[in-house]
Write a protein that binds this ligand. Structure first.
Ligand code: 26Q
Length: 821
């Protein structure tokens, strides 16, 4: 089969008839030979599978070529270790990067099948919670697009992040059965299998004066590889995402089996398979369950065995590992890689400790995504002892050398040593995964300028003192291929017209838009693209929520995980205050607004689930109050995921990025929304600061306390009665919520929320309320001068180039991985 040539016709240009005929033939062949059906019998699901397989064939050619080239050239490889890859759908993403959307669309059209209908047959791969997992997915796209030889390592969860269903306003969780119809993108690699061990004990023997550790594990699990090709822009390069599935090496325990005890025989199998059953739904708080630690070690061990074997195959020895491999740890979840690599080098390959340590530190680097104390991962020493006895010994030995260094730096300073120690000795001894990752890495990065500075000042200040120069910043980015080209074809078409086709390859070309920002004819087209997207979202809201919203209204969007620090509560409190103000003065010229929320709460996070209920209860009252009419609508869209984001983001006018200053490490939704022309209302937090620096202070609405103010106020106490006393609007909104005006059947339902807003305002919701309310009225005023609003919106798009994840990955490649781009 000939390889397809890259082919991306300009809008209106005809497609290559030969290519279309070839694809038609390929799809029909797949339908018959891989699915086993005639066209007349095929369901939409069958067509989707056949089409995906036809596309996959074309990607595989590039994949094999890229693999061979990078091996022959002996190039350094990047390994991205992450427990989460929040990919979403791959079908149109892969088609787009291959430049084959038009060809496939035409071919399918000739066969009487709609490509955009087929797209919906693909379930989202929701192997992540939120920002961290989506970042890993954007990075995979960028590494392939920059032709960096790379591999993503993670777990192939049987169930991804739970499906959210809203029943009577409350969140309920259901399993995410994404693999039911099979997965056409993955290749099972039955021959790529590793043994991963747990438990047992360690024997130490003396070998000519040298201590040799022999781990006698009690349990073994097999890790089987599944590879998904990730194709880069213009199909030039393809990398693999390798996800591990767990199974028992002896599934039916023959001796037990022969006794006829089938249930007992399958117990071991279940225990092994539990490891890859599901993704932990917590974000920003450590789950602390033993199964989670098993997941972490399982994927670290399989991945390291795999990459060590690959390196040995190419280089024959491990001394050169750091020259040929860079391992990026996505948060502390793969921190065990530090101890595991030491174990491989020292116990299995007889390296001297010091040399092994040099190799380890030179190979590893670690990205931190949060400063929230509740999210910093630690494990009881006792669990470690039971599950990973040899790793605990190794961690102790690393710690001994590390503490000796601390003693040299600050002689006699016990507090300093306690602060940097890998073991937390307060309240039961625990292994600190952040410290472990830090000490074992040559570079540690934060994900926005502010976050990286705060890392140095707060959580890692002592380690930064000891290992000066290791902390660096790598501000997050997003892939424009998915979040602009695919999600917003109308805007993309306009950008191609105005900035030239080169904008597809080089986002800096977006700057050409600046000269059109005030051009009324261009503004008209720009607004019409936005309107088109808003009509599509309004239709979706109609279908899913059975609710009518006006696409002419201002679409105000807050879409992210539900978390106190992200302050969905501040947003809904403003909705309540606005509702009350509208009822007071129904005849003022209110700007019609649709407040759109979407996001999941961790299943165990009760307060976050109560916030969802409050949003839905407020929506119920506001949306059904004839006095409000169309001036305010509140919508909570259920089951937020990547695909839903792709519909909401292009339709947004206003982007809510309103976290308590100092608490959002970066944020990436802020970037996606600004890139699609939404204005940001936000605090000076995370990457919002850099967004402001790029788009200009005039084109963003900043409000609220800054991180320093937050720290000062927190020291003074969390009581908010002072600010409530001076703000009639705030007092009234809180009273309404507390008194049950939105929960008539159960007036006490939101008392806890009202109480927190008054006396325990940890997240500064009350403290920031007035400033936020005023900023929102400023937004109303701007909306009323449409040319000025549109200009600001265009300038947002024009100035977002820097937030491409290609830029981020280039920085990682140059400063951390030392691989050429
Ligand atoms: C840890 C231990 C046990 C179980 C679960 C976890 C866990 C899982 C996921 C802890 C944290 C997460 C996810 C964190 C996350 O998404 N952080 C976000 O990362 C983004 C990418 O850098 C940033 O933009 C966001 O600011 C940050 O909140």
């Amino acid at each position: 089969m000939p390889e397809p040539s890259f082919h991306l016709p300009a809008p209106g240009q005809p497609v290559d008839e030969l290519a279309v005929a070839e694809i038609k033939g390929a799809i029909l062949a797949k339908l018959r030979l891989a699915i086993g059906k005639e066209a007349g019998m095929a369901t939409r699901q069958d067509w989707y599978h056949a089409t995906a397989l036809a596309l996959r064939d074309r990607i595989v050619h590039r994949w094999l070529t890229a693999e061979k080239e990078s091996y022959d050239a002996g190039r350094k490889r990047v390994y991205y270790l992450s427990l989460e890859f929040l990919i979403g759908r791959l079908f149109t993403d892969a088609l787009n990067n291959m430049g084959l959307i038009k060809v496939f669309e035409t071919a399918l059209g000739d066969l009487g099948v709609g490509l955009w209908e087929l797209r919906k047959c693909e379930p989202d791969a929701a192997l992540g919670n939120g920002g961290l997992g989506r970042l890993a997915a954007c990075f995979m796209d960028s590494m392939a697009s920059l032709a960096i030889p790379a591999m993503g390592y993670g777990i192939r969860y049987d169930f991804g992040l739970f499906r959210q269903v809203i029943v009577d306003g409350w969140q309920q969780e259901y399993p995410d059965v994404w693999l039911n119809f099979g997965n056409p993108w993955e290749f099972q690699r039955p021959e790529v299998v590793y043994h991963v061990h747990f438990g047992g004990g360690v024997e130490h023997v003396d070998d000519k004066g040298r201590d040799v550790a022999i781990w006698h594990p009690a349990e073994t699990v097999q890790a089987v590889a599944y590879d998904t090709p990730i194709v880069g822009w213009r199909g030039q390069h393809v990398n693999a995402l390798r996800l591990w599935s767990a199974r028992s090496p002896d599934p039916l325990k023959l001796d037990v089996f022969n006794t006829g005890d089938y249930l007992g025989a399958s117990a071991e199998e279940s225990r092994a398979e539990a490891i890859c059953k599901f993704l932990y739904p917590n974000d920003e708080s450590a789950a602390g369950r033993e199964l989670r630690l098993r997941q972490e070690y399982f994927f670290v061990s399989a991945s390291l065995q795999d990459l060590v074997q690959r390196h040995l195959g190419a280089d024959g020895q491990l001394r050169s590992l750091a020259q040929k491999a860079a391992l990026q740890l996505n948060d502390t979840h793969p921190s065990l890689a530090v101890a595991e690599l030491m174990r491989i080098l020292v116990d299995l390959h007889n390296f001297r400790w010091d040399e092994a340590w040099k190799i380890t530190v030179a190979t590893l680097s670690y990205t931190n995504h949060t400063l929230l104390p509740e999210a910093l991962e630690t494990w009881p020493v006792e669990i470690f002892e039971r599950l990973l006895p040899r790793h605990l010994e190794i961690i102790y030995r690393i710690n001994a050398a590390h503490l000796a260094q601390a003693e040299v730096r600050c002689p006699g300073d016990i507090d300093f040593r306690a602060a940097v120690s890998l073991i937390d000795e307060k309240g039961g001894r625990r292994v600190r995964m952040g410290q472990l990752a830090f000490v074992g890495s040559h570079r540690i990065n934060g994900v926005s300028a502010m976050h990286s500075e705060l890392m140095k000042e707060t959580v890692f200040s002592d380690l930064n003192h000891l290992y000066a120069g290791r902390i660096t910043n790598k501000t997050n980015g997003i892939t424009f291929r998915r979040w602009l080209m695919l999600a917003n074809p109308k805007l993309t078409e306009l950008l191609r017209e105005s900035c030239g086709d080169a904008v597809l390859d080089d986002p800096s070309k977006l700057a050409y838009l600046e000269s059109y920002a005030s051009d009324s004819a261009f503004q008209q087209k720009f607004r019409s693209a936005k309107h088109h997207n808003k009509v599509a979202l309004a239709r979706l809201i109609g279908e899913r929520q059975n609710m009518k919203v006006d696409p002419g209204a201002l679409f105000d969007v807050q879409i992210k995980r539900i978390h106190e620090y992200k302050r969905q509560l501040l947003n809904i409190l403003e909705a309540v205050a606005l509702y009350q103000a509208i009822k007071d003065q129904p005849n003022r010229d209110w700007v019609p607004r649709v407040k759109i929320f979407a996001g999941k709460a961790a299943a165990s996070y009760r307060y976050a689930k109560l916030i969802i209920k409050l949003i839905n209860d407020v929506a119920d009252v506001v949306n059904n109050d004839p006095a409000v009419d169309d001036r305010l609508k509140v919508v909570f869209l259920d089951d937020y995921n990547v695909s839903l984001a792709e519909t909401i983001i292009p339709a947004a006018d206003l982007s809510e990025q309103i976290s308590t200053a100092g608490m959002e490490a970066s944020g990436t939704g802020n970037m996606k929304l600004a890139l699609n022309g939404a204005l940001t209302i936000g605090t000076l937090d995370g990457a919002n600061i850099e967004v402001r620096d790029h788009v200009g202070a005039d084109n963003i609405a900043i409000f609220g306390m800054e991180a320093d103010d937050v720290m000062v106020r927190r020291k003074q106490g969390l009581d908010a009665t002072d600010v409530i006393r001076s703000s009639a609007a705030l007092a009234r909104a809180i009273n309404a919520i507390g008194a049950g005006e939105f929960s008539r059947g159960e007036p006490a339902r939101f008392e806890s929320i009202a109480h927190a807003l008054r006396y325990l305002d940890h997240y500064m919701v009350s403290a920031d309320f007035d400033s936020y309310y005023e900023a929102q009225r400023g937004i109303d005023a701007r909306w009323q001068v449409m040319p000025a609003w549109t200009r600001a919106s265009i300038l947002n798009v024009a100035r977002m180039a820097w937030f491409s994840s290609d830029r981020t990955i280039r920085e990682y490649a140059e400063d951390i991985w030392n691989v050429p781009v």
